[in-house]
Ligand binder design. Structure first.
Ligand SMILES: NC(=O)c1ccc[n+]([C@@H]2O[C@H](COP(=O)([O-])OP(=O)(O)OC[C@H]3O[C@@H](n4cnc5c(N)ncnc54)[C@H](O)[C@@H]3O)[C@@H](O)[C@H]2O)c1
Length: 307
């Protein structure tokens, strides 16, 4: 009897959470209370360009102190310079995230030079854009090192400080490629599935610990940052290439309102639900119909632009 009663209570609680989450996902942004990040330290990996740089500017505008990590020293310096011109306190570190010893070394440096990190944004990422049989082994290994393995080590270094103060936030910039498979993105999709799995397990561990450290995982479709230059979707109205500014607005909203999962654009939620239900043959048929199967055929990537 006790078990049945408990199950009823849990189910009612689950229904309330489902309603709240559906309202948050469906309504326009901007109406929820946002947390205050003034004076907090935000570490962003991959801050030398694209989403990482734009997120640094947004956190800077809100009064946060920035710690910038990138392998691209020049790009990172440019981000730093712009932040300083905005009057934002920031420090840049050159670090190769594919080397875990370098992550550990740089994290120790940050802890001694800056102190505790309150919000960690695991954003850095790479893509080879090559089909499995054409992709050099070392590039596949590097993709997984940067897109997945680095998350273990950045988080292992900065989570203890958050647990100690019972406050903090780990943000994982994954991708819709972490929720489905796409031709020409075998290593990338595998690494982003790893990033989603990392976030989900971490969220579960934190829930079990009953600690107030939040997690957010972000799954956008293609974005016009340069990383995926050359890709094309057959039906751009249905499958648009997103603007980095729009994506960063959505990410900021999600982080500041402690949202656990963000897919961009909104119709992706329907896709994710269907992808869990439909057989692979049907998914492949629709993938072909909507041009996703061939979206990487003319991929050029970052080489065609400045970082
Ligand atoms: N652009 C897209 O279409 C798209 C779509 C979904 C998800 N994402 C994800 O968003 C994140 C940001 O991507 P972006 O579009 O801003 O791309 P970007 O290329 O502009 O930014 C990635 C940053 O990561 C840095 N980086 C790469 N390798 C590194 C390493 N070994 N060590 C340290 N830094 C390294 C790069 O120097 C760069 O500054 C990535 O994780 C990417 O996978 C991008």
């Amino acid at each position: 009897m006790q078990d049945i009663l408990e199950s009823v209570v849990v189910t009612l609680h689950a229904i309330c959470l489902l309603i709240i989450s559906t309202i948050r996902n469906c309504f326009p942004m901007g109406w929820l209370l946002r947390k205050d990040v003034r004076g907090q330290t935000v570490l962003i990996t991959g801050s030398g360009s694209g989403l990482g740089r734009l997120m640094a500017f947004e956190f800077g505008k809100l009064g946060a102190r920035l710690v910038l990590w990138d392998i691209n020293e020049q790009g990172n310096k440019e981000t730093l310079k712009e932040l300083e011109a905005m009057g934002v306190e920031a420090k840049a570190y050159t670090v190769d995230l594919s080397e875990y010893k370098e992550i550990n070394r740089t994290a120790d440096l940050v802890k001694s030079e800056v102190g505790k990190v309150d919000i960690l944004v695991n954003n850095a990422g790479i893509v080879t854009g090559k089909k499995l049989l054409q992709c050099p082994d070392e590039l596949m290994v590097k993709t997984v090192s940067v897109n997945t393995n680095a998350l273990f080590f950045t988080t292992k270094n900065f989570l203890p400080g958050m647990l100690e103060s019972n406050k903090g936030h780990i943000v994982t910039i994954a991708s819709m490629a972490g929720k489905c498979g796409v031709a020409g993105l075998v290593d990338y999709c595998a690494s982003k599935h790893g990033a989603v799995g990392f976030n989900d397990s971490l969220a579960s561990e934190l829930y079990a610990l009953k600690k107030d450290v939040k997690t957010t995982v972000v799954c956008p479709i293609y974005i016009n940052t340069g990383m995926f230059d050359g890709i094309a979707t057959k039906w751009p109205t249905l499958l648009p290439i997103l603007s980095p500014e729009y994506v960063v607005d959505c990410i900021m909203e999600a982080v500041l309102t402690d949202r656990a999962f963000l897919a961009i654009p909104k119709f992706s939620y329907i896709f994710i639900a269907l992808a869990g239900l439909l057989p692979t043959e049907v998914l492949n048929l629709y993938g072909d119909h909507f041009g996703i199967t061939h979206s990487m055929d003319h991929f050029k990537g970052r080489q065609s632009r400045q970082a």
